[in-house]
Each structure stands twice: as C-alpha cells, then as structure tokens.
Design a protein around this ligand. Structure first.
Ligand code: GH3
Ligand code: MG
Ligand code: MG
Length: 401
C-alpha cells in the first residue's frame, strides 16, 4: 500500500490528483490536508511520499517544504511559479519540482508516482571511479525509492553482477581504471542472461565519436556530465519502465495459460543454461494414458479440467527448484536439479499413487526418467524413449532404465 500525504488547498487539484493517481495505482491511500497547521499535526513517518503545493493559505514562504524535508519524507513540490531560484534551491533535495500548467501536470505526476512505487526494492548498480559522483547519483536514485549498489570500476561491477542476481539497471561511467565502461558494456552484452538488462552510460568525453560508441557497444541510453538530476531520473524511469515491460511480456510468453505450467519456450531461455550449471540433474517425461478417449467420451472441456488437475498435482509433489513444463498436449516434462533418476522415481511414484479421480474420471499416466546425456536435448530424448517403452509395456508405469 502506497501512502501519499497530499498537501494542497485547491479542491480541484486535490480531486484531480487523487483521481489520476488512483486510476493507475491499485493499492494507494491518500491523506489530504490543506494547511501548514494541519501538516504540523501529522505523523509524517507514516507516509511514503508527500505531494506538496508551494503556497498554502497559512504560510509566508516555503517553511512547510523545509518542514517536510526536515522530517526526511520524499517530497514532490507542485508550483505555479516558473521561478529558477526556487527550483535551484530545492531540486537537489526534493524528488521533483513540477509546474502546474495543464492536464499534463497530472499525467507527469502520475507517471512519476507510479514509477516511484515500482522502484521499491529494485537494485541499481552505479559504476564510477569518482566517489563524489557515485554519492551524488546514489542520492538522486534513493530519492526515487531505489536501492543502490556501488562499484569503482568495471571489474568490481562484474563481480557484483555475479553475486547479486536482481540488478535492474546499470549506470556506468566510461573512463575508469582497471576496466573501463566500454569493456564493461561489451562484457555484459556478451552474457545471455544480461541480454535485456538496461545500461545507462555517463560520458565525460568531449569527443562525439567516442561518446556514440557507448550506444554502439550496447548501452540503451546515455547522459553527459555534469549529471543533471531531472534528466537522470527521467531516463532511469524510462529504462526501468521498458525493462519491466519486457519482463512482464517474457513471463507471459513462458507460461501455459491452461495449466499455468511453463511452456516449451523456457527450455531454451532458462533450462538449457541451468542444465550446464548442475552436475546432477534428472528429467522426467509424463504423458496421460488414453487421453484422447477422455476427450472423446466426456468432451474437450472435461479434458481441460483433467489437464489442469494433473499439472497441479505434479506441482504439489515436486520441489520449489524443480520446473514443470507442458511439453505437448498432455505431455509434461519435469526438470529436477540435484536429483538422480532413482530419486526422481520416488517423486513420480508418489505422484502416481496419490492421483485422484477428477469429476469421477479415473486416469493414469506413463513416465520415462533419465539422468544421462551430455546435453538437454540428449537427456530429453532418453527420457522420451523410456516413456515410449512404458507405453508399450502396458502404460500406467514409470521407467528409468
Ligand atoms: P497414449 O496413452 O498413447 O498417450 O494415448 P493418448 O490418447 O493419450 O495420446 P494421443 O497423443 O493419441 O492423444 C492426445 C490427445 O490430447 C489428443 C488431443 O486432442 C488431446 N489434447 C491435446 N491438447 C489438449 C488440450 O489442451 N485440451 C484437451 N482437452 N485435449 C488436448
Ligand atoms: Mg497420452
Ligand atoms: Mg501424447
């Protein structure tokens, strides 16, 4: 739940802001107040973020903004004044400074708050040999609700990436000792698991030819030094939005909508690389017996119910680290890391013996298990052969030899 403290005396603005933001964020709660006096009675630490008008009926200057900042709440200032001095004074301290112009104000504010909310627990890796610049960028990112990891050069950055698997963005300087930004970007892009990881290059280079190389080597975007806070946060927001979108899309494309098991796409995108990480692993292929008859007798919809039940039943009996994949119509593959075929047999035996009737329909399955094979394709082939053997020997059995 995102808790917003909205300090605004204009009723129209109050309503519009609440309406715009509530439309985009599902779990959001507003507390709306309209004077500095009321603000001083609030328990500010209860809120995640403050959106604050620059002028309130009971303030002379900007004492209410000072007050918010002294209470360490991330604050967005709204103002009618396009005043450079005010902006200069606050821009480094508040999350953002937004002019009240037209409806675009609400759109921008909503996008900002939405991004802020999604940034929670997201890691950004900041790579720069200058501690001063690292601290400056970190400060801005933390205002934006992001977690920050720091590295002094490309080599350190790579070590962190190997250790921490949920980095959402890399911001990297180019000229650094030991390993520079060019080599870091190239080496990240070489690694398949970081294919989509967004990279923002920061260039202090004067040479355009060199600067543009940052993008050619695979950075997604680029800013020039000195780093301007608003530019940084807007570009960071755009990159994170894109990354979220790709991940959501990817996730959807890897899940079978009927059974919620993974589909075959995950074999190539994930299982293949896991296969080479684990020394010991097993693959089981399970296929429902005479499934066509179930469809023919009871109809396709009932067949679907049987499939859903079967997938669910398998899922309930395998470990968290195992992967259930719908390999074909009524054929499922289970990838089991750190498991021998004998151990896999025990799991499948349990699945077989605890299988229940569904809508009064009795059914069985046949399975083949393998832990031999140098490649994923080879191991699948061996398991599949054994499944075929199980079918030929009369079905309703599990074969691992
Ligand atoms: P066997 O014991 O040899 O495996 O026989 P079987 O009838 O199970 O195998 P077969 O491959 O002949 O038939 C599989 C059937 O599964 C045919 C197909 O229409 C059905 N099927 C595939 N996908 C779905 C689905 O998503 N829903 C339903 N209801 N049926 C499906
Ligand atoms: Mg079948
Ligand atoms: Mg089949």
């Amino acid at each position: 739940m995102l808790k917003i403290l909205l300090i605004e005396d204009n009723k129209t603005y109050q309503k519009a802001i609440e309406k715009f933001i509530s439309k985009e964020i599902l779990f959001v709660e507003f507390k709306i107040i309209d004077t500095f006096e009321k603000l001083q009675k609030e328990e500010i630490e209860l809120y995640d973020i403050a959106i604050c008008d620059y002028i309130l009926p009971d303030t002379k200057n900007d004492e209410h903004i000072e007050y918010l900042l002294n209470h360490y709440i991330n604050t967005i200032v709204l103002t009618k004044y396009h005043d450079d001095n005010i902006r200069e004074k606050y821009i480094d301290l508040v999350l953002d400074y937004i002019y009240k112009d037209d409806v675009n104000t609400f759109r921008y504010l909503t996008q900002l708050v939405k991004r802020y909310n999604k940034n929670k627990n997201k890691n950004v890796l900041v790579v720069d040999d200058s501690k001063v610049i690292r601290k400056k960028i970190s400060k801005y990112l933390k205002l934006f609700n992001l977690e920050v990891l720091e590295a002094e050069n490309g080599k350190e950055a790579k070590a962190i990436l190997e250790l921490i698997d949920n980095v959402s963005l890399i911001i990297t300087d180019i000229v650094m000792p030991i390993m520079d930004g060019f080599d870091l970007i190239k080496s990240i892009r070489k690694n398949k698991s970081f294919e989509e990881l967004p990279i923002l290059g920061i260039s202090g280079l004067n040479n355009n030819n060199e600067t543009i190389k940052i993008l050619k080597y695979g950075a997604n975007d680029l800013i020039k030094k000195p780093v301007l806070k608003e530019e940084l946060l807007i570009r960071v927001g755009n990159l994170l939005n894109l990354y979220d979108f790709i991940n959501q899309y990817k996730q959807k494309s890897e899940i079978d909508p009927l059974t919620k098991a993974y589909n075959r796409n995950i074999l190539e995108s994930k299982i293949d690389s896991l296969f080479h990480i684990y020394d010991k692993k097993a693959i089981a292929m399970l296929d429902i017996d005479f499934f066509k008859k179930i469809n023919d007798t009871y109809g396709h919809q009932v067949g679907d119910e049987v499939l859903k039940y079967f997938a669910n039943h398998i899922k309930e009996n395998i470990r968290k680290n195992d992967f259930l994949i719908r390999y074909g119509g009524e054929e499922f593959l289970v990838f089991m890391p750190n498991t021998s075929k004998e151990e896999a047999y025990i799991v499948l035996y349990k699945i077989k013996n605890s299988l229940k009737d569904i809508n009064g329909i009795k059914f069985t399955f046949s399975a083949g298990i393998a832990d031999e094979g140098e490649t994923l394709a080879e191991m699948i082939k061996i398991a599949d052969k054994r499944l075929y053997k199980a079918k030929n020997e009369g079905r309703n059995r599990i074969i691992f030899k």
